[in-house]
Design a protein around this ligand. Structure first.
Ligand code: NAI
Ligand SMILES: O=C1O[C@@H]([C@H](O)CO)[C@H](O)[C@H]1O
Length: 308
């Protein structure tokens, strides 16, 4: 079976940390070209733009997008117009409207598309989902706190309009919650704490619910220091489920549970391979809708300036 010839746009931190290692470890894919504005990727042909890659590069079947969300919409549209399958890092676009337009264009082009909510592929998520399926939900507490200086060193885009600020990692927690919980969530209120030299929040408190009045609270913090806290605790009538380390660890009533041994990005690319084989797509907008609504209803509190 011929491998899927893959191009990648945006050879930055996540491409280097996760995408390229996962691609190289999966024989169903062959990375053949990169378009990036930063350092080149060794071992493949490099181009300054996606247009140049598509016009002058080696033939590709699919494109992975690891650029910042701002400007990504036009890039993915360009790949779709060329009939390529697309894998898009989270958040899929800088706005909900752009992401909705991509959903339509993927369908019109008849290719496969994946919005890669990578945290949904964490080792403990499916076991958690199975356990919750037969339980009676009472409340959910999300704490998602990390150091932006560690995970986004020198990345000015994250503080600019469309960069989402603390919702860039926080949307991962929302992608897990919307995957685990049975009913559609909506935002009731939010407080966004915005550094007075930034356009996006460095911290946020969000209150959500669903049609059965489930109490869902989230605390996001991007200036938390190096001891990350990525946890979701779901209290049920029958017991308490807790995900830690971004979903890598699962415990029920304090007892650690067996989880998958597959890493997030290995599972992301295996899923993308399956979608292409099945001529299907997976383009969920729920996490981005919750972020958009948090910005709609969120009160703003100005806080001290942020310096990288
Ligand atoms: N940093 C992290 O730990 C993680 C980041 N992500 C997501 O991945 C995306 C990228 O994040 P990072 O890798 O951290 O950012 P980054 O700033 O390190 O990398 C972005 C790359 O895109 C390139 N680029 C920008 N515009 C381009 C264009 N028009 N054409 C070609 N290349 C272009 C830049 O040169 C840079 O190499 C974001 O959506 C982020 O939410 C996902 C998981 C973890
Ligand atoms: O998607 C993302 O993951 C975090 C970090 O890599 C682990 O939580 C990063 O801030 C965000 O872009």
């Amino acid at each position: 079976m011929q491998p899927i010839r893959l191009g990648l746009v945006g050879y930055g931190k996540i491409a280097q940390d996760q995408h390229v290692p996962a691609i190289n470890a999966n024989p169903a894919f062959q990375l053949v070209a990169v378009a990036t504005q930063g350092q080149p990727c060794a071992g493949v042909e490099n181009f300054q733009s996606l247009g140049e890659l598509l016009e002058n590069g080696p033939p590709v079947d699919a494109i992975a997008f690891c650029t910042p969300p701002q400007g990504r919409f036009a890039l993915v549209q360009q790949a779709l117009a060329a009939g390529k399958h697309v894998l898009v890092e989270k958040p899929p676009c800088a706005t909900l409207g752009e992401a909705m337009a991509l959903v339509n264009q993927v369908a019109e082009q008849g290719v496969s598309g994946l919005f890669a909510w990578h945290s949904r592929y964490a080792p403990g998520i499916e076991a958690a989902r199975d356990w919750l399926a037969t339980r009676t939900l009472q409340s959910v507490q999300i704490d998602w706190k990390e150091d932006v200086r560690k995970w986004h060193p020198g990345q000015a885009w994250i503080w600019q309009p469309g960069g989402l600020g603390v919702f860039d990692p926080g949307i991962n927690a929302l992608s897990i919650a919307t995957h685990l919980l049975p009913l559609s969530l909506f935002v009731e209120s939010a407080e966004l704490r915005v550094p007075d030299n930034c356009q996006s929040p460095i911290a946020a408190s969000i209150k959500m619910s669903d049609a059965r009045h489930l109490d869902v609270r989230a605390e996001f913090d991007f200036d938390h220091g190096h001891d990350e806290l990525w946890s979701i605790e779901i209290r049920c009538a029958e017991g308490t489920l807790r995900l830690d380390n971004g979903g890598a660890l699962l415990s029920i009533d304090g007892v650690r549970q067996a989880v998958s041994e597959e890493g997030e990005y290995a599972a992301v690319y295996r899923h993308f391979q399956q979608l292409i084989g099945d001529k299907a797509s997976d383009l969920d907008l729920q996490p981005l809708r919750l972020v958009a609504d948090s910005f709609f209803v969120g009160s703003r509190a100005l806080v001290e300036p942020f310096y990288d």
